[in-house]
Design a binder for this molecule. Sequence first.
Ligand SMILES: *Cc1c(COP(=O)(O)O)cnc(C)c1O
Length: 414
Amino acid sequence: MSDLKTSDPKVAEILEAEMKRQAEGIELIPSENYVSQAVLEANGSIFTNKYSEGYPGKRYYGGQENTDRVENLAIERAKELFGAEHANVQPYSGSPANTAIYFALLEFGDTVMGLKLDHGGHITHGLPIAFSGKAYNFVQYEVDKETGALDYDEIEKLAVEHKPKMIVAGFTAYPRDIDWKRFKEIADKVGAISFADISHTAGLIAGKALESPVPYFDIIMTTTHKTLRGPRGAIILCKEKYAKAINRAVFPGLQGGPHEHIIAAKAVAFGEALKPEFQEYAAQVITNARHLAEKLTEHGFELVSGGTDTHLILVDLTNKNVPGKQAQVALDKVGITLNKNTVPFDQRSPFDPSGIRLGTPAVTTRGMKEPEMEKIAGWIKEVIDNIEDEDTLTRIKKEVEEMCAGFPVPGIKV
Ligand SMILES: *Cc1c(COP(=O)(O)O)cnc(C)c1O
């Protein structure tokens, strides 16, 4: 950052503070990760200077010999990684990608099914105040009250009753594996388009640690910055018969010029995910999450659905008498970052819900394994049990920093 330090010391100082924060703390937000130095370099590259509206071979501006090459490389790698027939690598992020999918395949007012936000769905899956909820007639399904897991018979019943044109499967705060085949059967039974939003688990699917919806589903969307460990962005995969509609909806339907520097970084991340080491990473993410879940349970925490099959854990803090927001703030003080979250059938407000959501993608990237998960579970318990004891929090912050010093973050030299 030598140029930045001279030309804009204010921004340089903020970036250095953020590097320190990322290196010294334990990142447990399940949608976050650390990208490699190589992804950072492509992400910060001179493709940021280039306009390339259109698609490779069919652009509206000149000078596209390199953008075409990099975008085609990203497309080919995405198809290979997921075994998909078609890939669009231009979506700016997950939310615009989902909007493009709806715009491509639905008419305004059409009926769609998606999981309710406070049961683990995403805002783009029909939250009433969001664009998706206003533009389309979303019928929202829930998780089962007893098990905290999806009840496929119930989803089928709703689908038969409402005859949706599309069913959205794939979630943002759901700790269990998904029966893609069963979902597809339900969609087929009512003639609905099947759409899997694998934003959270794409890296685990690419790393062959979880089953893939790609063989079954019509449309798949994933963000590239979560378990997939790439730049902030998204891709859409689909069967060939939807390719034209999807491409048209992304550009010119919804977006203008693609961000080719991000697409270059996506290509790098897909290249990394195609390597055998990435499969080890994906398996370790789940091993770590299971271990952390087990230790938290031993410490008296109640986990929604009783545990996890993925990278993600949802804790209901009701029995600890500590609201999610207070827990998030106290854990932040010791350098453990996670987020407050609603739990299914939450009695509290979304701004101060009953739960916290955590996950292992980022700590696993740093090389942390089961012994570190045990320490983290212990610190979380101590913080929750001593939430107003500043001396305890100060001591734990030091212990967290000491452990983190042994696990460097890719791309950060401190
Ligand atoms: C993260 C996420 C998105 C949205 O991604 P953004 O890049 O934040 O817009 C969409 N769907 C699901 C299931 C997600 O987890």
